[in-house]
Design a binder for this molecule. Structure first.
Ligand SMILES: Cc1cc2nc3c(=O)[nH]c(=O)nc-3n(C[C@H](O)[C@H](O)[C@H](O)COP(=O)(O)OP(=O)(O)OC[C@H]3O[C@@H](n4cnc5c(N)ncnc54)[C@H](O)[C@@H]3O)c2cc1C
Length: 457
């Protein structure tokens, strides 16, 4: 006998939790499933624990920058202490989430969910049937087609290390590489980033990434671009003598030349995508196209209308927590009232929490040109501005795109102190279609990161 539910939610991250609670609050019966501890990526293995580590190395970096400027004494990262602090955030999450679901009357299952039919699933030996299903299964590090890929450690593994390895090589050059390389380098590791494309952080503005690379250099991070990683080998002889030798050798090539890197840890920072394998989507008639679910504009499967998706699993918007949360709100309405709402990803800000952070919202310069828009660019490396000097952080710059005639802000790109906060003001302006004059007329508290906006415009 299968147990019937109005909604079965697969996953317990941001997308899953928000939808499950809203649908349950409307009186429907809901089951939720995860094969890992409850809480999802952001709270347990992503944004939140990462920002704890970022905050700590930021403090060390700040002290170092202010040295000889009135701040003396050495500060350094005590890695085990920092990981224990991180765990004070992550450890309580699964229990807290389970308590919430229990209080709300949501049935919990632990195990891999697997479709057995169009409206039926099995989990941990139990059969469930569902009037509707939400796929909120997130993403995983993509399998890399390189020999020795089994030696790669993910960002999750990195954030759980009990000791910081001496030499860390990162494979990939996106957000995770930028963030983890700064954390590891400022915590005392020797860090090398191997990026296949010509620069790090391809989604961000090339000029700003160029300025950011000066900070990476100051942190001692070696960034090697146009570098194709081919194999990771364990150094058997050195394993017995780790004091002198490294544990791994990373084989790479660049412009036809073979290059070797020694590493004690090799980190996967080469992208994440949903892993559909365990779900047996075929049994439910859920179609995918090149690894992506085939969804309509209401985030509903085009081949099985009982099934919706949200967050990283849907891949409809950028793979970010606020997007997962937005998708969940949209899907909850559609589940309860029929297809009413479509997601709106206009002006979603994104931040890489490197040291210093880099942030972006709206159109890139290239996209704005592609669209034939007429705009002016206000851009500067502003190392001599007060904000930069007061923080002793020379990497401080911006690029703002302002449409001719309308004065509409099309895109904002920031790097340096407060970029991660000030980007939200630009996101507000772009999403609400405010023009540059309106934003300039704001009276911002001074001296703050936002009080530079008038000069940026
Ligand atoms: C290191 C790192 C740092 C990040 N930093 C940021 C950041 O600073 N800001 C930001 O906005 N975003 C960040 N992200 C991205 C963000 O974490 C994700 O976009 C967000 O968590 C996605 O939420 P979700 O609900 O879609 O999926 P998830 O939170 O990933 O939840 C999916 C859940 O489904 C479960 N699951 C999967 N398949 C099955 C199955 N078959 N059966 C049962 N359970 C299953 C998984 O175990 C998982 O718990 C970061 C991600 C990483 C990895």
């Amino acid at each position: 006998m299968s147990k019937p539910y109005d909604l079965v939610v697969i996953g317990t991250g941001v997308a899953a939790m928000s939808t499950a609670l809203t649908v349950r609050a409307a009186g429907r019966t809901v089951a939720i499933i995860d094969h890992r501890p409850y809480g999802g990526t952001c709270a347990l293995r992503g944004c939140d624990p990462k920002k704890v580590l970022v905050g700590a190395v930021q403090a060390v970096d700040h002290v170092q920058r202010l040295s000889s400027r009135g701040v003396e004494g050495e500060s350094f990262i005590d890695w085990p202490g920092l990981i224990a602090f991180k765990r004070s955030f992550t450890d309580p999450v699964p229990e807290q989430r389970q308590q919430t679901y229990a209080q709300k009357g949501i049935d919990m299952y632990h195990g891999w969910a697997r479709f057995t039919g169009r409206d039926s699933l099995s989990v941990d030996g139990e059969d469930l049937s569902a009037r509707q299903v939400l796929l909120a299964t997130g993403a995983e590090a993509v399998p890399l087609p390189i020999a020795g890929a089994e030696h790669l450690v993910t960002s999750e593994g990195f954030m759980s290390l009990t000791a910081l390895p001496k030499r860390i090589v990162l494979v990939g050059g996106g957000y995770i590489a930028a963030e983890v390389s700064c954390i590891a380098a400022l915590a005392g590791a020797q860090v090398t980033v191997l990026q296949r494309s010509p620069r790090l952080l391809p989604p961000f503005d090339a000029d700003l990434v160029g300025w950011l690379m000066n900070a990476f250099q100051a942190h001692g991070i070696e960034v090697r671009t146009n570098m194709q990683v081919e194999a990771i080998e364990r150094n058997e002889s050195n394993e017995r003598n780790e004091k002198n030798g490294s544990a791994f050798r990373v084989n790479a090539s660049s412009a036809g030349q073979r290059v070797l890197f020694e590493a004690d840890l090799v980190l996967h920072a080469a992208g994440r995508a949903p892993d559909w394998g365990p779900l047996n989507l075929d049994a439910a008639g859920i179609e995918t196209d090149q690894g992506r679910l085939r969804l309509n504009e209401y985030l509903q499967s085009v081949s099985n209308p009982a099934v919706y998706a949200a967050g990283d699993a849907a891949q409809a918007g950028p793979p970010l927590t606020p997007v997962a949360s937005h998708d969940a709100q949209v899907v909850a309405v559609n589940l309860l009232q029929g297809n009413q709402r479509k997601p709106d990803y206009f002006a979603v800000p994104s931040v890489a929490f490197s040291i210093p952070p880099i942030a972006s919202v709206g159109l890139s310069e290239a996209k704005a040109r592609e669209q034939g828009l007429r705009f002016r660019v206000s851009s500067q490396l502003a190392s001599d501005w007060y904000t930069a000097r007061q923080q002793a952080e020379p990497v401080y710059g911006f690029k703002i795109l302002i449409e001719e005639n309308t004065g509409r802000i099309l895109g904002a790109h920031l790097v340096g102190p407060h970029a991660d906060e000030v980007i939200n003001i630009f996101a507000l302006a772009i999403r609400q279609r405010l023009n540059a004059d309106t934003l300039k007329s704001m009276i911002f508290a001074y001296p703050t990161g936002s009080s530079d906006i008038e000069s940026m415009l």
